[in-house]
Design a protein around this ligand. Structure first.
Ligand SMILES: Nc1ncnc2c1ncn2[C@@H]1O[C@H](COP(=O)(O)OP(=O)(O)OP(=O)(O)O)[C@@H](O)[C@H]1O
Ligand SMILES: [Mg+2]
Length: 456
C-alpha cells in the first residue's frame, strides 16, 4: 500500500506546509499548525466537478434565466437578511458566540417551514434527539413534518437526506460533523472543508437549502479557516450582548442579496421573537431632558433605526484622560473630541469621556457623528438638548457637517415616532419633502449645530 502523505495545516488560516513550524507564516499565529493526512483522490472535488457529462460554454444571452421562487419563512427579519427569503439549493452558514441562540433560531425556523408543507430535517451533532425535543417543548413546537436526527457521520447524513428528501435541512454545527476518509479530528480544517464541500454538492444536486451552524472562536471569526466563508452562499452572524436580551442577525456575505441588512430579535423564555419596530424598543428606556443624551436616526441596511447616544464627560482625576466607547468605533470618540476642542473651543483635553449607544446595538456609519458630538458637548456643558430633536450628519475634520445618504427615510422614521425637529446637514435639505409634523433644520458646521441643539 502506498504511503499516505501528511501535511501540516494551520487551523486558523488554512496555510499548508510540508513541515511543522511553530509560527504560521500565513497569519503569524503560534502553535496553529496541525498534522493532517492528505485527502485521497475520491474525497477531492466539489459539486461542480461531480457530473459525468462535461459542460460546454454557453452564450450568456442564450442562458434561460428564471427568478427562482424563494422560500419565505414566517420571520420577516430573517427573510430580509437573506435578501427576501431562502433560495432553494443554497448553503447558508450561521455563526455566533456560544449560547447566543443559534440552535433556538434554527429550530424555530425549521418548525415554521414544517408548518408550511415542507419536510424539514434537523440534524444535531451536539445534542441528543431528546435534548432537542426539550428545547422544542419550551418553544411550543408541534408539527409532524419536523424530523430530528442526532448524527455526526456525513455519509449517514447524506443517506438520510436521500431517503427523506426533505425541503430544508439544518446541520447544527459543522464542527461536529466528520467524514471517515479524512483522518483528522472533527472540527479541524480538513474536516470542515471536506464536509462543507460535500454539503454544498448535496444542496445543489437535490436543490435543497441547507443551513449550517458554525462556532465562533475567541477572536470572533468562524472556527476553521476563513475559506469556509468563501465556500458557502451566505454567511450570517448572530450576535448580541450576553446581558441584553436583544439579538442581531447580520449578513456578512450573501450571494443573493445585500449584506447591509440586519434582523433584530429578542430572546425570551418561549424563544426568539421578532422586533419589528426597533426604534420604539431602543427608545423605551430613554431618559428625556438629560444632559449627554441625543437621538440619532441611523440606517441599518434599508431600514432606519432611532437610537439613543449617551455621553458622560467628567474631569480626569489623574494622569491620562480616559476615552471609552461602547457600540461605536472607539477611534471616532477622540477624533470628534479633537474637532470640538479645536473648532468649537471646548476644553476637553483634561476630561474623561464615556460614550455609549444605549440598548447594546452597534452603529458603524458616519451619519451618527453629529449626534455623538452634540452628546459630548451637552454633557460637558451640563446642558440638556431638546428631547424632541433628532440629529443626523457626518462631521468632517474642519468641523463641517457632511451630507449623508437616505435622509428622507431617516427623517420619516423620526417623524413617525413623534420627534418634532430634525437637525441635518444643510447639503441634504433639497430634493425631497419632509412630513409636515417635523421641522427640518439644515446646519453647516458643528458650532452651528451646537447653537441650535443646545440653544445657546
Ligand atoms: N428557559 C429559558 N428562558 C429564557 N431564555 C432561555 C431559556 N433557556 C435557554 N435560554 C436562552 O437560550 C440560550 C441558548 O440558546 P441555544 O442553545 O440556541 O444557543 P446556541 O447558540 O445554539 O448555543 P451553543 O453554542 O451551545 O450551541 C441561552 O443562552 C439563553 O439565553
Ligand atoms: Mg446550539
Amino acid at each position: 500500500m502506498a504511503k499516505r502523505k501528511s501535511k501540516f495545516i494551520c487551523q486558523s488560516c488554512g496555510y499548508e506546509s510540508p513541515k511543522w513550524m511553530g509560527k504560521c507564516p500565513g497569519c503569524n499565529q503560534w502553535n496553529t499548525l496541525v498534522e493532517e493526512l492528505e485527502a485521497t483522490k475520491s474525497t477531492r472535488g466539489n459539486w461542480a466537478t461531480g457530473s459525468k457529462t462535461s459542460q460546454k460554454p454557453e452564450k450568456i444571452t442564450s442562458i434561460q434565466s428564471q427568478e427562482e421562487p424563494r422560500i419565505k419563512t414566517s420571520m420577516q427579519e430573517l427573510n430580509r437578511v437573506l435578501g427576501g427569503g431562502i433560495v432553494p439549493g443554497s448553503l447558508v452558514l450561521i455563526g455566533g458566540d456560544p449560547g447566543i441562540g443559534k440552535s433556538t433560531l434554527l429550530l424555530q425556523v425549521s418548525s415554521q417551514l414544517a408548518r408550511h408543507d415542507l419536510d424539514v430535517l434537523y440534524i444535531s451533532g451536539e445534542e441528543s434527539a431528546r435534548q432537542t425535543k426539550l428545547r422544542a417543548d419550551r418553544l411550543a413546537i408541534k408539527t409532524d413534518r419536523l424530523y430530528v436526527l442526532s448524527e455526526t457521520n456525513l455519509v449517514d447524513i447524506a443517506n438520510q437526506i436521500d431517503q427523506l428528501k426533505p425541503g430544508f435541512v439544518v446541520i447544527d454545527s459543522i464542527q461536529t460533523i466528520f467524514k471517515e476518509e479524512v483522518t483528522s479530528a472533527p472540527g479541524s480544517v480538513s474536516q470542515v472543508r471536506e464536509c462543507t464541500s460535500e454539503l454544498m454538492r448535496i444542496a445543489k444536486q437535490n436543490h435543497i437549502p441547507i443551513f449550517i451552524v458554525g462556532h465562533v472562536t475567541k477572536e470572533g471569526s468562524i472556527a476553521g479557516p476563513r475559506l469556509l466563508e468563501h465556500m458557502v452562499d451566505a454567511v450570517l452572524y448572530f450576535e448580541g450582548e450576553r446581558h441584553h436580551t436583544f439579538r442581531i442577525l447580520r449578513g456578512v456575505k450573501n450571494r443573493f442579496g445585500s449584506t447591509n441588512e440586519m434582523g433584530i430579535f429578542e430572546m425570551k423564555e418561549e424563544g426568539l421573537t421578532e422586533v419589528l419596530n426597533p426604534s420604539e424598543i431602543f427608545l423605551e428606556e430613554r431618559s428625556q431632558g438629560v444632559a449627554g443624551s441625543t437621538i440619532v436616526a441611523s440606517m441599518e441596511g434599508t431600514r432606519p433605526v432611532l437610537v439613543e447616544i449617551q455621553s458622560l464627560i467628567s474631569p480626569t482625576s489623574f494622569g491620562n484622560p480616559r476615552r471609552m466607547a461602547t457600540g461605536i468605533d472607539h477611534n471616532r470618540v477622540p477624533l470628534l473630541m479633537a474637532v470640538l476642542e479645536k473648532r468649537v473651543g471646548l476644553m476637553l483635553q483634561n476630561q474623561d469621556a464615556y460614550v455609549k449607544v444605549a440598548g447594546g446595538v452597534k452603529l458603524d456609519e458616519p451619519a451618527i457623528d453629529l449626534a455623538v458630538a452634540i452628546s459630548i458637548a451637552s454633557s460637558f456643558r451640563d446642558k440638556a438638548p431638546h428631547a424632541e430633536d433628532v440629529l443626523i450628519g457626518e462631521v468632517g475634520l474642519t468641523g463641517e457637517i457632511r451630507r449623508v445618504s437616505r435622509i428622507d427615510q431617516r427623517v420619516q422614521e423620526a417623524a413617525k415616532l413623534g420627534f418634532k425637529r430634525a437637525i441635518i446637514p444643510s447639503r441634504n435639505i433639497d430634493g425631497w419633502k419632509a412630513p409636515s409634523t417635523i421641522d427640518v433644520v439644515g446646519v453647516q458646521s458643528v458650532q452651528e449645530a451646537i447653537k441650535i441643539a443646545l440653544g445657546d
